[in-house]
Design a protein around this ligand. Structure first.
Ligand code: ADP
Ligand code: ASP
Ligand code: MG
Length: 403
């Protein structure tokens, strides 16, 4: 059997934890399996690197950011391979460009395109444990790229797909996928199984236990994905196509603080102005999520929307530079906002879901700023400092769903 085992930052935060992970991987290898280990940077390394760059510039060069951020993963894989060798096992660490794992050229948000498996296969065939850097890739200019925060999960699934692994195990600091972040909602329930579809919804709306692109990829290539704890033994949560249990109406509650709100006011009240604005954003790879439009007294309109927090300054600058094209608009922004979402296949079919959600928010005295709904989710934008209270209140209101 070939297993890909991925360990996140908290699981390799120090040398003792690295030894603990090495032992788990060696155990699997001694049982006669081929083992590919994918690692994130140690502990809060990536955050620290980001804050160092922020002290130099508001908008550092994206290429240089990737050069910087990719160093974190190289430290973990080399220390891990060294530890394994010290424990008497043949192991080798590989960087993205040694594999190689090719990506698109979008720095800081690159997409994996192709993985050459020859080198890894050769090392596996010579009975080594192969330890690969998560999160990073190499683009057509032979530059280092990174896959976006949390991207090591996607590296692991992509390797599992490319190597036709029997399983991809994501080891983290919780023992599975819950109906809400168990660190915020203490009575959240662990799921034994979850469908790719449900997991994709949860991950896309902020449940960072899995990177959303990894779930998409696992579904596309039919990779068996399991989320487990690196600290304690247990079955974890299996992510798969169908689950034994009937599909839940509501699969969970998620919150995303990684957003910011931008308002563009003074826009001409015609269809072309909206098109121009959206086209400008899309042309610069800036994704918009929740969006509302309102009419002002003077006959102009205001468009308000959310973007990823990391994109806020770039988006504002772009809009200001194009203000005259858009009709001498005024741009304002706000960072301290968050999304709270109820997620599940039953959202659109059940009129009561929205009422229940807003009953819970009103009961907790939480005002909402923007609202959006789709077949599978209802999202409210709230103040960031109220997001966790909102999540607990909404989760409690749907608690009977998970009994
Ligand atoms: P890693 O460093 O191992 O990649 P992450 O911090 O990226 O770990 O993801 C694990 C965290 O995800 C947990 O500590 C938990 O706080 C958070 N989380 C958010 N939503 C959920 C959920 N629905 N189920 C489980 N964990 C969740
Ligand atoms: N080290 C990267 C991050 O902190 C990638 C990952 O952990 O998956 O976002
Ligand atoms: Mg993660």
């Amino acid at each position: 059997m070939l297993a890909v085992m991925k360990f996140g930052g908290s699981s390799v935060a120090d040398l003792d934890k690295i030894r603990n992970v090495a032992e788990q991987c060696i155990k699997k290898w001694r049982e006669g399996n081929q083992v590919v280990v994918v690692l994130s940077a140690m502990g809060k390394t990536t955050d620290k690197l980001l804050s160092q760059a922020a002290q130099i510039s508001d908008m550092p060069s994206r290429r240089e950011m990737d050069m910087l951020l990719a160093t974190g993963e190289q430290v973990s894989v080399s220390l891990m391979a060294m530890t394994m060798i010290q424990m008497g096992v043949t192991a080798i660490s590989l960087n993205a460009w040694q594999v190689p794992m090719y990506t698109s050229s979008a720095y800081q948000n690159a997409k994996l395109k192709r993985i050459d498996t020859e080198r890894i296969q050769k090392e596996l065939d010579s009975n080594k444990i192969v330890v690969v850097t998560g999160f990073q890739g190499v683009n057509k200019y032979e530059d280092v790229t990174t896959l976006g925060r949390g991207g090591s999960d996607t590296t692991a699934v992509a390797l599992a797909a490319a190597l036709h692994a029997d399983v991809c195990e994501i080891y983290t600091d919780v023992d599975g996928v819950y109906t809400a972040d168990p660190r915020i909602v203490p009575n959240a329930r662990k799921k034994q199984e979850v469908t790719y579809e449900e997991m994709l919804e949860l991950a896309s709306l902020g449940a960072k236990v899995l990177h959303n692109r990894c779930v998409e990829m696992a579904r596309r290539y039919n990779v068996k994905l399991v989320v487990k704890s690196s600290m304690m033994p247990g079955e974890g949560t299996v992510v798969k196509e169908c689950t034994k249990m009937e599909k839940m109406l509501i699969s969970g509650v998620a919150t995303d603080k990684n957003i910011a709100k931008i308002s563009v006011s003074g826009m001409k009240n015609d269809p072309e102005s909206t098109f121009k604005l959206l086209n400008l954003m899309a042309g610069n790879n800036l994704n918009i999520d929740v969006m509302i439009q309102s009419l002002d007294h003077d006959g102009t309109k205001t468009l308000t929307f959310t973007v990823a927090r990391a994109d806020m300054l770039v988006a504002v600058k772009l809009l200001e530079e194009n203000s005259s094209v858009l009709g001498n608009v005024e741009v304002s922004c706000q960072e301290d906002v968050a999304k709270v979402s109820v997620v599940g296949a039953g959202v659109s079919a059940n009129a009561g879901v929205a009422a229940k959600m807003f009953e819970a928010l009103s009961g907790a005295g939480i005002n909402t700023d923007m609202i959006t709904t789709s077949e599978i989710r209802i999202t409210a934008v709230v103040r960031e400092d109220e997001a966790e209270t909102a999540m607990r209140a909404v989760h409690d209101r749907f608690a009977e769903e998970w009994m």
